[in-house]
Ligand binder design. Sequence first.
Ligand code: TYM
Length: 333
Amino acid sequence: MKRRIFSGIQPSDVIHIGNYIGAVKRWVASQEDPERDNIFCVVDLHALTVKQEPEELRRHILELFALFLAVGLDPNKSTLFVQSHVTTHAEGGWLLNCITPLGWLNKMTQFKDKSQKQETILTGLLDYPVLMAADILFYDTHEVPVGEDQKQHVELARNIAERFNFHYGETFIIPEPVIPQIGARIMALDDPQIKMSKSMAANKGHAIRVLDEPKEIERTILRAKTDSGSDIRFSKDPLKAGVNNLLTIYQTLTGKSADAVEADFADARGYGDLKKRVAEVVIAATDPVRKQHHQFIKDRGELERLMKMGAEKARTISEPRLQDVKQKMGLVL
Ligand code: TYM
C-alpha cells in the first residue's frame, strides 16, 4: 500500500522562504515518489483563527492555490484542495473536540505565543490543533511533512488518534511528523534569534517572500543581520546565528553537503560576498516560481476548476472515515 502524505499551509499571507524550504519544496519532491499518495491543502479555516479581512483572505487563498501550481505541485499527481471546500474538516474537528481534554490544548506552545499577540483571543485559536488533527487523521495519513514549529501539533494529533482508538477500537492511523534535518527552522533575516514567521513577513527585512521581485530579495539579503566577524562556517554559536541561517538557506536550495557549502565560500571576501551569493541562489529558486505564478493567478476560472477537482478527490478519501467515526461514536447515520 502507498504511504499517505498530508500537509497544509495557511493562506495568511504569501509564503516566505522558510515555508518553502521547511515544507513546500519537500512536497514537490514527495510528489515524484511513486510509493506515496500526496495530499496538500490550503488550510483557510485555520487562517480564520485570527482576525482576517474577508476580501484579503479570499485573495490569499487564490494566491496560495496558484502558488501550489507555480512551485510544481501537479493536480493530476497530488490531491490539491482548499480545506473549507470539504466539510470533513469542520465536522471531524468537532467530533475530535469531544474526545480531546482541554489540558492538552493549554500546553501548546504556539497557542501561548500567538495568544499573547492578540487583543481578543478567539476560541478557534486554542482549538486550532484539533482542526489540524482532523485534517491529518480523517485522511488515514502516515506522514506529515512540516517544519519544526508544527511538531507539537502533529504529536497532539497522534495522542488524539490513540485516545480515540483506545475508546472506540482501532480506527485512526497514528501519523508521523517528518521534520527535515536541515532547514526545519529558518530564522528571521533581521533577527536570527527568532523564527521567520508569516505574521511578521510584512516587516521590511524580516523575510524573503517567494513572490518577491529579485531586486527586493537582494536588498533584504544584503541587509540581513550577521555579526562583526568574517568566518563563513556553519556554527551553533548564537552570535553566529545570522551567518548560519544564510548558509542553511544556501545549503537547502543547492542541495549540497555542509562541507561543500563551506568550500564554496573558502574564497569569499567577507559577509558581503556570502550575501551576494546567497541572494543569487534564492533568486534562481524563486524567480521561475514568481513567473509561473503570474500566469496561474490570471486564470481564475481554471483555478476554481482545479480547486473543485481537488475537493472532490479529497471528499472521496475522507468521507468514509468520517462516517466510520460517527458510527463508532454512536450517531445515527
Ligand atoms: P504554516 O502555514 O504556519 O506553515 C506552513 C509550513 O511551513 C513551515 N514553516 C517553516 N519551516 C521552516 N522555517 C520556518 N521559519 C518556518 N515557518 C513555517 C511550517 O512548519 C509548516 O510546515 N498548522 C499549520 C498548517 C496545517 C497543517 C495541517 C500542516 C494545518 N493542518 C495538517 C500539516 C498537516 C500551519 O499553520 O503552518
